[in-house]
Design a binder for this molecule. Sequence first.
Ligand code: UT7
Length: 325
Amino acid sequence: MTRIRSVVRGCGSYLPAEILTNEELAKSVDTSDEWIVQRTGIRSRHLAAPGEMTSDLAIAASKAALADAGMDASEIDLIVLATSTPDNTFPASATTVQAALGIHHGFAFDLQAVCSGFVYAIAVADKFLVSGQYKRALVIGAETFSRILDWTDRTTCVLFGDGAGAVILEATEQPGDAADRGVLTTHLRSDGRHKAKLFVDGGPSSTGTVGHVRMEGREVFRHAVGMITDVIKDAYAATGESSASIDWFVPHQANRRIIDASAQKLGIPPEKVVVTVDRHGNTSAASIPLALAAARADGRIKQGDLVLLEAMGGGFTWGSALLRW
Ligand code: UT7
């Protein structure tokens, strides 16, 4: 029996022009290129220019995704923008993107699940599309984490970067069998008991300030691989797929060691893992769509490929999505 699936029609990304290398960072905080590369795999990250906001990054990535899809913005029904660094406390930066793209119908909203935001956004957009109510969704991950970093705290400031990525999902009738294209399954989790391990020490209702990222890195690391592999096993159980059938593993890009350990635990060979953390750092909700756009642009991800996404971050939140491109 046929069924409606959310199929990726296009993807795109945007990185701010300024690149900050580890060596440059080491001039202002007590760190070294060697420490950062060994512990995280990060070599450089991009930083938004003064005045360049999350919505600006999101708009550029969205335009690239629309061009990739050969689609006009007027064909988009809903916009889900995953971000923890919106332009303003309100309105949602998604509505700024909507206006900039000249879309005056449908609806747009922000979704906040920190580093898991893009996986959450894919899951939410997919539900709207498979319900049959809407046809096309623009799903964006965009962040300017540089604005919420304490640039004197070497335990966090070396880890993050700015950027944006976007995909366009279209509700499409599929055969309803194992060869279906589109989002095949999503699995979301959170556990608020872990709040103190990774949080921002400010906000509109607490301090009235934006605040800075605070993290017990070792504690986050300790939980990450288990949580990631659990939700991936959920995706396998729901679909009958396994690591053997995965063409591309596109994980959240927080730390090369977490990525490698997760892939190894799952039995996914390194050549099937898309890694951009070396060049982008951790861009939170933007990291997966940035990696997808990179692997699509260089010809790795092709139509029909089985693509596995996962993320884990503040909250804790974590989740997986399995899709056939
Ligand atoms: O995307 C959201 C999820 N976030 C994550 O997944 C991040 C998870 N955590 C991590 O990636 C790692 O825990 C870090 C990269 C943050 C840290 O790596 P680690 O191997 O866990 O190091 P550590 O925190 O145990 O620190 C080891 C040492 C400490 O010194 P002592 O106490 O052993 O003397 C730190 O003070 O490294 C020191 N250190 C640094 N040294 C140079 C911490 N940050 C730095 C730094 N440069 N930037």
